[in-house]
Ligand binder design. Structure first.
Ligand code: IPD
Ligand code: CA
Length: 267
């Protein structure tokens, strides 16, 4: 693979994520078509498709040999060794309801590592971003995970998939967690949950059944903000993620594994 200019890749990810988020917010105030995908509760809009196309076209202009994997169907091989993993709108249900918790997530990866990641939180306009080995930031400000040491005092984010049986299992598992932590948050956007973990706005985040595009950028941002991440591929190209402040990571992982004994499914 040719030598990659990490700073240029990073700036491209940040500027395109920001531009896409601005336009997504503008379009959220107009009428748009809504359809369903994997289940009756899994929504997709014409803006998701527009945003993915916009991101791919913008990146391709600068880097014509890169590959793409995107939630709305992008799947093209890389000739440069760099592939972009895109969630054009993470939190589509929130977007449809105009609940202000949705994000544009863009990561550049190689076969072996994530190089850069950008998560643009649409309603605030803030972009959380990181370069491998270069730290994590929101805008110009460095990000750091919380210094939480106590699981009972931890604020923990989680999420649920779209399959009804899977959600029942996730809710069942949650019954074993909720009494052991300060409280639970469910934002409806995995990319936002990871960005907020990186910023110390929650102490930890876990979820099973995620797609690569939900987590590619946010996972790097957490690690670069000093957090620990356990990312496990669970088959069918789905992932379980636990991202947490180092002071509570091990204890939460043990608790999740014990809770898994009561409810099926990883994490
Ligand atoms: C979803 C969100 C949600 C998470 C789901 C994801 P989408 O992505 O990230 O928070 O719980 O597992 O599928 O469908 O809004 O892009
Ligand atoms: Ca998503």
């Amino acid at each position: 693979m040719a030598i990659v200019d990490l700073a240029a890749l990073h700036d491209l990810a940040v500027s395109i994520a920001a531009a896409t988020a601005t336009e997504v917010v503008r379009r959220s105030n107009e009428s748009f078509e809504v359809a369903t995908k994997s289940s009756a509760t899994d929504l997709v809009t014409e803006i998701d498709a527009w945003a993915e196309r916009f991101i791919i076209d913008s990146i391709s202009e600068a880097r014509p040999d890169d590959g793409f994997i995107g939630e709305e169907g992008a799947d093209s091989a890389s000739r440069s060794g760099v592939t972009w993993v895109i969630d054009p709108i993470d939190g589509t249900t929130n977007f449809v309801y105009r609940y202000p918790m949705f994000a544009v997530s863009i990561a550049a990866v190689t076969e072996t590592e994530t190089l850069v990641g950008a998560v643009a939180h649409c309603s605030s306009g803030e972009v959380y971003h990181a370069t491998t080995g270069g730290g994590a930031f929101v805008g110009e400000s460095p990000l750091a995970v919380s210094d939480q040491q106590s699981l009972p005092q931890s604020l923990v984010a989680t999420g649920f998939g779209y399959d009804a049986e899977q959600r029942r299992q996730q809710a069942q598992q949650l019954t074993h967690i909720i009494g052991e932590v300060r409280d639970i948050r469910r934002s409806g956007s995995a990319a936002t949950d990871l960005a907020f973990t990186a910023a110390g706005l929650v102490d930890a985040y876990y979820e099973a059944g995620l797609n690569r595009w939900d987590i590619a950028a946010g996972e790097l941002i957490v690690r670069e903000a000093g957090g620990l991440v356990d990312l496990t591929e669970t088959g069918n190209r789905r992932y379980s993620v636990l991202a947490a402040a180092p002071g509570v990571f091990d204890e939460l992982r043990v608790l999740l594994k014990m809770a898994r004994g009561h409810a099926d499914g990883p994490w």
